[in-house]
Design a protein around this ligand. Structure first.
Ligand code: CS2
Length: 494
């Protein structure tokens, strides 16, 4: 079957006329790149790319997307000229649409033109990132993890001819250095990952990298000079992203083939809902995202805290407890009244009291909508997908809530249940009905080693609480928190 591409796109125009398919309203071949995006996975394609496409006017805000290690996306989108279909599933879904705003697809490790040279280009005014929590190489204190072998390699070989940085932060700093040398002017770097204060976090990591650059005899303070230039010319807006985008399945690709009459290896599936709250602090302009429904504000912090602690916190609780109970998808878990009730309690009793929202924000309505979105049966969002990278996600979406509640003298019962379910997921590695549960986590080896040979609840809890990358000292030694965990682990193991 013929592949979706710039050449076959005109064949779809008739269908678009009938309203059962949308195609770009502009000529993708004419759009030039203004944004470099690192991490061009399904989430970016279903979220930021769509917002950007929806507000294109006569400015060049085409996207050059980089993948990191895997070249799968290059194989999927390269032959398609960057085109792909977005398929919404669930109540209120819009017709499928072909998205054309992604104009270049490159591999950070294999392409002739790496991220550093691409972002130094004068036409590029914005760099966006969805590289997941682990892509930042931050330590538990949010600072650059200088013990990370990738970070060490990037620092040591930074200025060597032809060296290609392997970490995202190394790539950004190398690009900023080139941009400074070529005098190509200001730039904004915007994280779109689920981190706390993601703009501030990214800025700190970039400056940490500069500060750690080894000095050269002929350039004694190159890190300090670069940091000074970054302070003056580069902004780091924070942003809160929200849309449920499960990994694309073979069945989704088959659906795309049926819908388009063409093969689309790059199709992405998403819920109808999408939200983007952006700190309006751009050093070199930005697309008019507000015309596509984004909220531009001076302070994203309240929205960020609400999203991470309510939605992502509840998501993780459902993922770990649900996977242990033998459920395949998040929708199946929320159909279980007991587990849905636990998610509801986590939001209402543990997380909500830690939030201070703008007066017009409907906190109760938000919690209801979160559970409704999770219940979308058409998404097939797998529990093990949400369960991945727990060591990176827990501190952000659950432990911050626990810390705030403990400080207020309260017992974070439901957060402790979520954390305990993660511990049992790690320690037992199988569901209640004996099916293996994949431990997909950058710390997997350390986690497994920690719990190996331990079966008593207190032993499991203490072994995992001792992992400083996950639990900072204050929580690890908190007797109330530990007791709650042991209690939950004991019941879950039973
Ligand atoms: C999920 C998120 O995989 C996960 O950990 O909690 O990806 C979630 O679907 C998004 O943040 C929703 O905006």
């Amino acid at each position: 079957v013929t592949r979706l591409s710039l050449e076959t796109l005109p064949d779809l125009a008739d269908r678009a006329g009938r309203g059962d398919l949308r195609v770009p309203s502009f000529d993708p071949a004419e759009l030039r790149v203004g944004i470099v995006h690192l991490g061009v996975g399904a989430f970016h394609r279903a979220h930021q790319a769509v917002f950007t496409e929806d507000c294109l006017n006569d400015e060049d805000w085409g996207i050059c997307g980089f993948t990191q290690r895997s070249t799968a996306v290059v194989d999927q989108l390269g032959p398609q000229g960057g085109l792909y279909t977005l398929l919404e599933r669930g109540a209120g879904a819009a017709p499928p649409r072909v998205v054309g705003v992604v104009r270049e697809i490159r591999s950070a490790s294999h392409d002739d033109l790496g991220p550093a040279r691409r972002l130094a280009d004068a036409g590029v005014r914005l760099v966006t990132l969805t590289v997941t929590e682990k892509g930042y190489r931050a330590g538990p204190d949010g600072r650059l993890n200088l013990a990370d072998p990738g970070v060490q390699a990037d620092l040591a070989q930074f200025a060597e001819d032809g060296y290609r940085p392997q970490t995202v932060i190394g790539q950004l700093v190398a690009g900023l250095q080139l941009r400074r040398c070529q005098d190509h002017g200001p730039l904004s770097l915007m994280s779109c990952d689920n981190l706390i204060d993601n703009g501030g976090a990214l800025r700190r990591l970039v400056l940490d990298f500069c500060a750690a650059l080894p000095n050269f005899r002929h350039k004694p303070s190159r890190g300090a000079v670069l940091a000074g230039w970054i302070d003056e010319w580069v902004s780091f807006p924070s942003s809160v992203v929200d849309r449920i985008v499960p990994a694309t399945s073979a069945a989704d690709r088959a659906d795309a083939g049926r819908l388009l009459g063409l093969t689309d290896a790059g199709i992405v599936v998403a819920e109808p809902f999408r939200q983007w709250v952006i700190q309006d602090e751009f050093a070199a302009g930005r697309p008019r995202w507000e015309t596509a429904g984004a909220v531009l504000t001076s302070d994203v912090a309240p929205y960020e805290r609400a999203k991470l602690r309510l939605l992502n916190g509840a998501h993780s609780l459902l993922a770990y407890t649900g996977a242990l109970a033998g459920y395949e998808t998040i929708a199946e878990v929320v159909a279980d009244p007991q587990l849905a009730g636990a998610a509801q309690s986590l939001m209402a009793l543990d997380a909500a009291p830690t939030l201070t929202m703008p007066a017009d924000f409907d906190l109760a309505g938000y919690q209801i909508s979160v559970l409704e979105r999770f219940a979308n049966p058409a998404l097939g969002h797998r529990t093990v997908q949400v369960a991945s990278d727990g060591s990176m996600k827990l501190p952000i979406r659950l432990l911050a809530t626990a810390r705030a509640r403990l400080a207020a003298g309260a017992e974070p019962h439901w957060v402790a249940l979520a954390v305990a379910a993660w511990m049992v997921y790690v320690a037992r590695g199988t569901s209640r009905d004996g099916r293996p549960l994949a431990l997909d986590d950058p710390l997997a080896d350390r986690l497994r080693a920690a719990v190996s040979g331990r079966s008593a609840p207190a032993g499991v809890v203490d072994a995992l609480l001792a992992i400083r990358q996950v639990f900072a000292e204050d929580l690890a030694v908190n007797a109330v928190f530990r007791a709650l965990l042991i209690d939950h682990v004991e019941r879950l193991l039973r």
